[in-house]
Ligand binder design. Structure first.
Ligand SMILES: Cc1cc2nc3c(=O)[nH]c(=O)nc-3n(C[C@H](O)[C@H](O)[C@H](O)COP(=O)(O)O)c2cc1C
Length: 304
């Protein structure tokens, strides 16, 4: 039904779990067989432990959610000690998502991970988090910084290097080109879209940080357009995400130019979504005589 390989990695399912929406995989281990996923992007790991932003840091919206978690995580040393050994035992492709406040922080986290003998597929580099004061999205809105960071990381690893792009830019294709020039192996897009909400009775913002990141069904058309723009300019493999809710959304992303996709916010409502959607994709492929869903990559017919 699906087959795609790059950088020595083989994917039999196009569905990966998006960073920050699947924990480190173990929270859902009782609910689904994780090895049925194409892969897992871990929550962002930073150099030092982070408590994240004060609450409220999650709010519901009619077609998605706002979050300002702010990269809460135990820090890379604890991640290596406590979490990485469990992840190494998985058969599915594990990508460690790294975030940092400075270029040096990204480098130090990667160096510490490279020194372990753990088994994992590679890294997803979060240069697109809208919920932190320093770093995060600041790297992903400037092509020169994106290229510099990508190059620094490229020099230090042979593992698969995926740069995760922000939709909160004017020309995402320029950032994609910068990551490509810096030596990335693949791109993922998109991270959350800057958004906010207000409680009109209390006249207070829904999030402590006032603005946060919007995710879920509401952002799918934005994500699709960004994936389409990147795929028309960059040659790298592309992992599309943003608001995927069902198998039809997955097919849309592939038609728009994605090689693989990630399921994010949907995991909170339906932890087994990726397994169910895989079955639905299989049924759709069978019905439509499609031997490999990946063959539909970029196959949108341009006039409607
Ligand atoms: C609660 C929450 C936490 C997130 N944490 C991270 C994170 O730590 N690192 C990261 O790169 N993206 C993070 N994201 C962004 C998602 O990985 C994804 O890019 C975004 O939510 C869009 O996909 P979706 O609409 O399918 O959720 C987070 C999203 C949510 C909703």
């Amino acid at each position: 039904m699906f087959h795609f390989s790059f950088k020595g990695l083989t994917f039999d399912s196009p569905l990966l779990a998006a960073s920050g929406t699947f924990g480190y995989g173990d929270e859902v281990a009782d609910l689904i067989d994780i090895n049925q996923l194409g892969g897992i992007m871990t929550k962002s790991v930073t150099l030092h432990p982070r408590e994240g932003n004060p609450p409220p840091r999650i709010a519901e919206t009619p077609a998605g959610m706002l979050n300002s978690i702010g990269l809460a995580n135990p820090g890379v040393d604890s991640f290596i000690r406590e979490i990485l050994p469990r992840l190494s035992a998985l058969e599915t492709a594990v990508f460690i998502n790294i975030a940092g406040s400075t270029l040096q922080e990204y480098v130090e986290v990667l160096d510490k991970l490279e020194k372990t003998d753990a088994f994992y597929a590679g890294y997803e580099i979060n240069i697109s988090c809208p919920n932190v004061k320093r770093g995060g999205m600041a790297f992903g809105i400037d092509p020169r910084t994106t290229e510099r960071l990508t190059r620094r990381l490229r020099e230090r690893t042979d593992k698969c290097l995926v740069m995760k792009l922000s939709p909160n830019v004017t020309r995402i294709e320029d950032i994609a080109a910068a990551a490509e020039a810096g030596g990335a192996d693949a791109l993922s897009a998109i991270n959350t879209v800057v958004g906010m909400g207000i409680d009109i009775e209390k006249r207070t913002p829904l999030l402590h940080t006032v603005t946060g990141g919007l995710s879920g069904a509401a952002i799918k058309p934005i994500a699709l357009a960004q994936v389409y723009k990147i795929s028309r300019s960059a040659k790298l493999p592309l992992i599309g995400l943003g608001g995927i809710s069902n198998y039809k959304d997955v097919i849309e992303f592939i038609l728009a130019g994605a090689d693989l996709v990630q399921i994010g916010t949907l995991n909170f409502k339906q932890p087994a979504a990726a397994v169910r959607i895989r079955e639905e994709l299989e049924a759709w492929c069978l019905k439509n005589n499609i031997a490999n869903l990946h063959d539909l990559k970029g196959e949108m017919v341009s006039s409607c």
